[in-house]
Design a binder for this molecule. Structure first.
Ligand SMILES: [Zn+2]
Length: 144
């Protein structure tokens, strides 16, 4: 999304705000558009509120650390396997799912690494480190 906005800015020398306003749609217009299977790829901006973060199935995945890969890894007996790079040491990347709404409808959305890091103001690795520390403290407090 950010890249498309920057591309549009370069073509038209408009500000980010101008491009975002030009592409602004309400959520129902976007959801109606994406259900049309024959639509070309389009980029819109939308002002919506996050109403629920869906974390029941996890909020990150084990990804291949190789630059320009980042594929989801398969768990195997020897560790983690990338279909392209074999057994690798995984990095954790966001796959943050949430419900959003505006005054026209609701929708389910997924934010991957770049956008999720912006929303959370932390990388997935930083959050996992904090989460591990909390688990450690919680376990030790129970033992005392
Ligand atoms: Zn890979």
């Amino acid at each position: 999304m950010e890249v498309k906005i920057q591309e549009e800015q370069m073509k038209t020398s408009k500000t980010t705000g101008e491009v975002m306003t030009q592409n602004r749609r309400c959520l129902s217009e976007i959801t109606n558009y994406v259900t049309d299977l024959f639509s070309d790829e389009k980029y819109f901006t939308c002002k919506a509120s996050i109403t629920k973060v869906l974390h029941e199935n996890g909020w990150y995945y084990n990804a291949c650390p190789n630059p320009n890969c980042g594929k989801k890894l398969n768990t195997i007996a020897g560790g983690y396997d990338c279909t392209q790079h074999g057994v690798v040491e995984p990095i954790r990347k966001y796959i943050l799912k949430f419900d959003i709404e505006d005054n026209t409808t609701t929708a389910r959305a997924t934010a991957f690494e770049e956008l999720a890091s912006t929303l959370m103001k932390k990388s997935a690795a930083e959050l996992i480190a904090i989460d591990s520390k909390v688990d450690y403290l919680y376990t030790n407090c129970q033992l005392i």
